[in-house]
Structure formats: C-alpha cells, structure tokens
Design a protein. Structure first.
Length: 434
C-alpha cells in the first residue's frame, strides 16, 4: 500500500459499516470509513429499537442472529478496546412471540431446534400468569385502528413462544461508536460530513471514491454499507444490473410511552405481536418503546430521498401503534402528544439483507438491512471480512457460496442466503420480522 492509500474504503459509519471496518482492520488492512453524518451511528442506527431476537423464517437467518447474540453478551471481549470507554450493554429480558398465522410456531421451533436456540411454549393461561395484565385474545388479522372491526371481540386466545436468551441493546448509537473506537485503535480512519459523489473504476475493477469536497480516495476494495443511501451509491458505481433483489428506503417510526403504573420494568420481556401488528420493548426510566410489524393494513411509507425524511413522529402513526399496544395491555394509556423517533431503513424486496460481492470486482455490499439487522452487525462484519478475503484471493462466491462456521455456536451459515442473485422465496415473511 502506498503512503496514505487505504486497502479498503467503507461507505457508511452506522453499526453495520463500523462492524465491517473493525473486522477488515483485524485482517491487517488499512481502512477508511466515510459518512455524511457527523459521528458513528447517527443515521438509521440511532433510530433502531436494537432488539436481539432469533425468530427468522430461514435457518441461516436464525443461525446468524443466534451467533451474533453471543458477541453482544461478550461485548468487551468482542471489542478488545485497550482504553476504558462507555460501552453499550445487552439487556437479557427474554422475548415473547405471540402466535399468528404468518409465523407458524412449529416451523419456528424446528429452526430453533436445529440452531440450538432455547425456547418455551406457552399457552394462554401461562401468558396471563407470566405477563400480568395481558389480553391474550386472538384478533387476527391486524386492522387499522379507525376500522370499526378493530374493536371486535376476540375469536379465540393466543399461545406464544418465550425465548429466554433474547433482549435488547440499551444504546444502539453507542454500540456503533464502540465498534468505531475498536476499529480506530487498529488504525481505521473515519471521515465525517463527507458525501460520496462518484465511484471510480479501472476497467472491471473498483478504483476508489470521490467526495463532494473534491477529495479522491483510491482503494482496491470499496464496501457499500450506506444504509438507505446504498441504492444511490450502487447507481454511482454502475452496479445492480444482475441483482434479483431490489432495495428501497422506507420511513419507520418507533414511539415511546410511559409503562403502566406500577410497572417500572416496562412489562418485562420484549413482546412481538404480529396478531395485532405491533411490538414492545422495555426502555429506560419506566418507559416502553412501541413499533410496528408492517401489517398489511398499514401502507408502507416508501420515500425517494432519505435526506428529506421527517425525523419527527406523526400523530396518526403514534396513535395506531400505541392503540394496538393498549389493546394487548389495557392498562396502557395513549398519550395525546406523540413522542419517539423516525428513521429510514434500507429495505430489500424480501426483507433479507444483501451481503455480497458485485459484478464490479472489489466492490462489495452490506445493504438491504431492513431495520432488523442491528442485532447481527458484529457478525456481519466477520461475514464481509471473510467474503472479501476469499473473493480477493480468487474464490468464486457466485458459483460456490462461502460457508461461514460460527465460532460460538458451531452453526454453519451459507452466505449464499444473502446473495444479490437469490430468488425471492414464496414463503418469505416479507416483514421486519424476517
């Protein structure tokens, strides 16, 4: 490497980009990370609910999340920082996944059994006992809260899966900062308030990037981890013609409300409620975070320009999501004024990310992370570093997909499951639940 010329450029300093930078730096590469924001994790990452769960619709999805959980539970050891700094923390609360036709429990438990994820099957009396105040009624399918049918009585009662090793990370932005700090200790450089305006190439190989301020960064490897801006970056690079999976920016809201009186624990575990179309998780100070599971009755808010997305919560989305939470837990009150955040996620057609090479040699993507990949970020860094090492050494990942053996669980993840050329499965969940 010539003086001042990095071995790799990562575009995007969110939790995914910072994790990729760390693992590339651990391979001995000189890494530069470029981001248009002012610090690590200031984009989509900062709006994440940071839930650590394992229910996905494929084995590779489950195995990835289960392995990543072991990295969160040993966060200081994963980072290997040599100086004391504030660290994000994994909070093990467990998670409850309520039954719904789109998530057949037996299929989920079969994947859990294969991957080694612990779980318990709860019936409705157990739900009442373990989650005091819950209404276990079956209201499927989810309905708009303005629909008179929303308040129809239940058609039965729900069971659930309880996953004891799930939980959440208490500060997603700090987690990205931790990863960036660890990468920085290995020599990675972070350039903020910088916008990429061109991707340079030499023949069929990437040659680097150009910035709005006129700077040019030459490098033989470029990784697109630009979140909702990733599609635009691909267009600058002239790649995407062989992708079978598209991505689009989607605006989503997460709301904060007080937990019911006397429930300072925020109702205990994370709760995924596809039956009504919402999820809840505990938050600091006796609060709850409430989000949506993209039910079919809620039109998605696709946007063209992520920079124009309003970061403020809207009254109608707040009312819809919190009213669903209140239907499940009648003690919840719906405040008059919305409080929360809005973020823009990079959503793939099948809500499964793309971690892959491209037709432009040296240009890789970690995109389409769909608001559900925060949990996997530490492992995604290892996926990309492994993929880049092998492909740059001549491995044909398109013809013979790389298989990654997980350090902690022993599971083997087929990285072809995250290929840009994969077919969209007919049984894909196509929601944030993956």
């Amino acid at each position: 490497m010539t003086a001042g010329r990095p071995d790799a450029v990562v575009v995007g300093a969110g939790v995914i980009g910072a994790a990729v930078a760390l693992e590339l730096a651990r391979t001995g590469r000189q890494v530069v990370v470029v981001d248009k924001a002012g610090a690590p994790g200031h984009g989509s990452t900062s709006a994440s609910s940071a839930i650590i769960r394992f229910n996905y619709s494929t084995f590779d999805g489950v195995a990835t999340a289960w392995e990543a959980r072991h990295l969160w539970t040993s966060w200081p050891g994963h980072l290997r920082l040599t100086t004391r700094r504030p660290l994000a923390a994994f909070r093990r609360t467990g998670a409850v996944l309520l039954d719904a036709p789109v998530f057949e429990p037996s299929r989920t438990t079969a994947l859990f059994d294969r991957a080694g994820v612990r779980y318990e099957r709860w019936d409705s009396p157990t739900l009442r006992r373990r989650l005091p105040g819950i209404d276990p009624g079956r209201y499927w399918p989810p309905k708009p809260v303005d629909d008179e049918a929303f308040f129809d009585g239940p058609t039965g009662e729900l069971g659930a899966l309880f996953i004891p090793d799930a939980g959440f990370v208490d500060d997603p932005q700090l987690a990205a900062q931790n990863l960036a700090d660890a990468a920085g200790e290995l020599g990675a450089r972070f350039l903020f308030h910088r916008t990429v305006v061109a991707v340079d190439r030499h023949g069929d190989r990437v040659a680097g990037i150009r910035l709005a301020d006129g700077a040019r960064i030459c490098a033989p490897v470029v990784v697109n981890a630009a979140g909702p801006w990733s599609g635009g970056l691909n267009r600058l690079a002239g790649v995407g013609g062989d992708f079978t999976i598209g991505v689009r920016p989607l605006r989503e809201e997460v709301h904060q409300i007080p937990a019911p009186s006397g429930r300072a624990d925020g109702l205990g575990p994370v709760l995924a409620d596809p039956d009504l179309g919402a999820y809840l998780r505990p938050a600091a100070g006796g609060h709850l975070l409430v989000g949506g599971t993209q039910p079919a009755c809620d039109p998605p808010e696709w946007i063209d320009d992520p920079d124009e997305a309003d970061p403020r919560p809207t009254a109608h989305r707040f009312r819809a999501q919190v009213t669903r939470a209140a239907r499940r837990f009648p003690e919840i009150r719906v405040p008059n004024r919305p409080l929360g955040v809005a973020g823009v996620y990079d959503v793939a057609d099948d809500w499964t990310p793309i971690y892959d090479r491209t037709a432009l040699d040296g240009y890789y993507v970690a995109m389409g992370t769909s608001g559900n990949q925060f949990k996997n970020a530490p492992l995604v860094g290892r996926f990309l570093a492994t993929l880049i090492d092998l492909v740059e050494a001549g491995h044909d990942h398109d013809g013979d997909p790389v298989r990654y053996r997980c350090e902690h669980t022993g599971n083997v993840v087929d990285l072809g499951a995250f290929s840009r050329r994969r077919p969209i499965r007919a049984d894909s969940a196509r929601t944030v639940m993956g």
